[in-house]
Every structure is written in C-alpha cells, then in structure tokens.
Design a protein around this ligand. Structure first.
Ligand SMILES: N[C@@H](CCC(=O)N[C@@H](CS)C(=O)NCC(=O)O)C(=O)O
Length: 197
C-alpha cells in the first residue's frame, strides 16, 4: 500500500488513518506545489490533488473516501452496523461540505499566513463562520464521548482530521467539543502521522 502526499496537507488525514490501522505502507511525501504539475503523478491522479492511495492496482483519491476504504478494509475504527456506517459517511461528507471551508479561512488567518499578511477583520469573519458547525458538534457530543458512541471511529478521525488546528479555539464555549478534540489529537497514531514528512 502506498500513500502520496506530504503530511503538511490534506494527506495528513490518510496518514493518520493508515497509522491507526497499523498496516504497512510506503509514504511518498509529494508536495502540494508539485502534485498538480508532475506528469507521472497526474497519470495516477488526473485531479492533481493529494492525498492518493495505491493498493495494488487500485488507485483512490479523496481523503474521506481513502479513510472509509482503509477503515473498512483493515477493520479498525470501522463499524459493523449499517446505520452506523451511514452516519460515518454523513459526518465525513459534512466535514468536507460544511466544516472545511470555514476552518481553512480561520486557519489561514490564525495559523498559516505570515503575521504581516494576517487580517483581523477576516479572522473575525472566519471565527464567526465556524460557530454554527462547531455548535453542531457540541450538540452531537452531548450524550456520548465520540460522534457515534463511546468509541473512536472513522467518523471522529474524518472530522477531527479536518479541524486539527482548533485545539485552542474558544475552549470555554464548547467544553464537550474541546474534550473530544483533545482525545482525538492525543492518540498515538495522530502523533505518529504528525512526525511524517
Ligand atoms: N477534497 C480533496 C481535496 C484535496 C486537495 O485539494 N488537496 C490539496 C492539498 S491540501 C491539493 O492537492 N492541492 C493542489 C492542487 O489543488 O493543485 C480531499 O479531501 O482529498
């Protein structure tokens, strides 16, 4: 099994999942700047994005699809119950459709841009846009420690993997969300993926 993409990108999510599975894999830490223009890579993934998974002859793009595939194939963080599986898809689609864009806007202003390029108005706007999706997570965690119950699953990894920079974001406002995110980010597999190039 091979995973393409530097850990400083959305490929981090797939690396985290692969580490959770304990499966052997080769890591090709392709840079964000290179994946759209490298002819050999474009032949594998015409979308020109990372991450990409190669499993024998099978090639799969899209971080959420890769993670759902790996969890199902290797069995860890997967769920036997069909409705629980559907909820894992729900949270994964929601993370990309409703959470990723406001998070990226916030992270650019709070974490990623050089200080001189940050804009406090943009930061405030992005923080405001995060309120609704984070409130949804706080409510979803009202009765259990993880999104689908009392154990960490692919649903948690796919959501936490999108917003792993929020550990210190308004901690008093959503205590359950913050406890949940801390537990996700303290996992050994998360730390192992963080150390990858
Ligand atoms: N929805 C895709 C997005 C992948 C994506 O856009 N990755 C970025 C790196 S973080 C990328 O490949 N950017 C290069 C480009 O779009 O040319 C996923 O979750 O895998």
């Amino acid at each position: 099994m091979e995973i393409y993409g530097t850990s400083c990108s959305r490929a981090f999510r797939a690396l985290w999942m692969a580490c959770e599975q304990g499966a052997e894999f080769a890591h090709h830490p392709l840079a964000v700047e290179a994946c759209g223009s490298d002819p050999a890579y474009l032949a594998l993934n015409p979308a020109g994005t990372i991450p990409l998974l190669r499993d024998g002859d099978f090639v799969l793009a899209e971080s959420m699809a890769i993670n759902l595939y790996l969890a199902r194939k290797h069995g860890r963080l997967w769920l036997d119950d069909e409705q629980a599986q559907a909820l894992a898809w729900q949270w994964s689609f929601w993370a990309l459709a409703s959470l990723e864009a406001p998070y990226v806007s916030w992270a650019e202003q709070a974490l990623w841009l050089p200080m001189a390029m940050r804009d406090s108005t943009e930061l405030a706007r992005a923080a405001q846009a995060l309120q609704r999706p984070l409130d949804r997570l706080e409510r979803a965690l009202a009765d259990h420690s993880y999104l689908l119950g009392e154990t960490f699953t692919v649903a948690d990894l796919n959501v936490a993997g999108v917003i792993n920079g929020l550990a210190d974001f308004q901690p008093q406002a959503r205590p359950r969300f913050h406890d949940w995110l801390r537990c996700c980010l303290e996992r050994p597999a998360y730390r192992r993926a963080c150390r990858m190039p």
